[in-house]
Design a protein around this ligand. Structure first.
Ligand code: 0O2
Length: 268
């Protein structure tokens, strides 16, 4: 893409960032009175679309919070360590569209980009990552669009996470809208590695030196070993000394099945 086209794209996308009254004045100066109404319309439509993505993030965040509560009741520990959400900013949206050679339009944003809404769920143990993903995907209002398991199949640099692209409905005053979102599930160790790797890479404009890249990859392996060991320890501890809530759960199951046996006998 030549510089002229890039500059035109940048200018078009720039209009999407005007939101306050001051911004609108700047917009008037930028586009001129003839195109003002059209530009304003696009600005409002973009802001509305971003609001829909924010709603989708809230829906998914709530679903994970509910699962966390439910699991903490069953296992007496919370599988989720933290949940963060982020909305892709207009400049990153523009860069991604340009990079993929896609039109700079709201239709294209909604149809072709899957990570405008991002939800990151950080768990203590690997098994929790899969347990939460399964529990979410079982919900009948969630549609899985794509799954990338970078835990089973890490990226060459060592990056690990489970990525899910899903569609979730949001309920507005007069309509129901299906919105896409990218969910990244990972352990604390995977998250620490990814944050540090991002910082190391961020400061470098060029490719990383091969030796440095190999060291970073080696750190990812160390972190994966830590995860496997911690997961094993969790299971060891659980099998050796089932906690009170686990015992309570088992006892309730025993009482329930003995009650249902008694009821069956009474029927006979
Ligand atoms: P941000 O700010 O986190 O959103 P696609 O979106 O499918 O076109 P890609 O690269 O195939 O592009 O998507 P993929 O592999 O599913 O990864 C997208 C996101 O995963 C990235 O978002 C990062 O958040 C994270 N990620 C992927 N690979 C790496 C990695 O090697 N290191 C780190 N630290 N994070 C990674 P963005 O858009 O890059 O940024």
């Amino acid at each position: 893409m030549n510089q002229g086209t890039k500059a035109r794209y940048a200018c078009d996308m720039d209009k999407l960032q005007y939101q306050t009254l001051d911004d609108i004045e700047r917009l008037r100066t930028a586009v001129g009175p003839d195109r003002m109404e059209h530009a304003l319309q696009k600005t409002l439509e973009f802001a509305r679309l971003m609001t829909y993505y924010r709603c989708a993030m809230m829906e998914i965040e709530t679903k994970f919070k509910v699962l966390n509560e439910e699991f903490s009741l069953r296992f007496d520990r919370q599988p989720i360590n933290s949940i963060t959400t982020r909305l892709k900013n207009p400049l990153s949206i523009q860069e991604k569209l340009v990079h993929k050679g896609l039109p700079l339009s709201l239709e294209s944003i909604e149809r072709d980009l899957h990570d405008i809404a991002g939800i990151r769920v950080v768990c203590s143990f690997i098994e929790d990552v899969y347990m939460l993903a399964d529990a979410l995907l079982k919900q009948d209002d969630i549609t899985l669009i794509e799954k990338k398991d970078y835990i089973a199949d890490p990226k060459p640099n060592g990056y690990r996470s489970l990525h899910l692209i899903v569609e979730v409905p949001i309920f507005l005053e007069h309509e129901k809208r299906m919105m896409k979102a990218e969910i990244q599930l990972r352990t604390i160790a995977m998250d620490s590695w990814a944050c540090m790797e991002h910082q190391l890479r961020y400061k470098k404009d060029d490719e990383l030196d091969i030796q440095i890249a190999e060291e970073i990859q080696a750190c990812a392996e160390l972190s994966a070993t830590l995860d496997r060991k911690m997961n094993w320890l969790k299971n060891q501890i659980a099998s050796e000394s089932p906690d009170d809530s686990f015992k309570l759960h088992k006892e309730m199951e025993r009482i329930r099945s003995s009650l249902s046996r008694t009821q069956d006998q009474q029927k006979d």
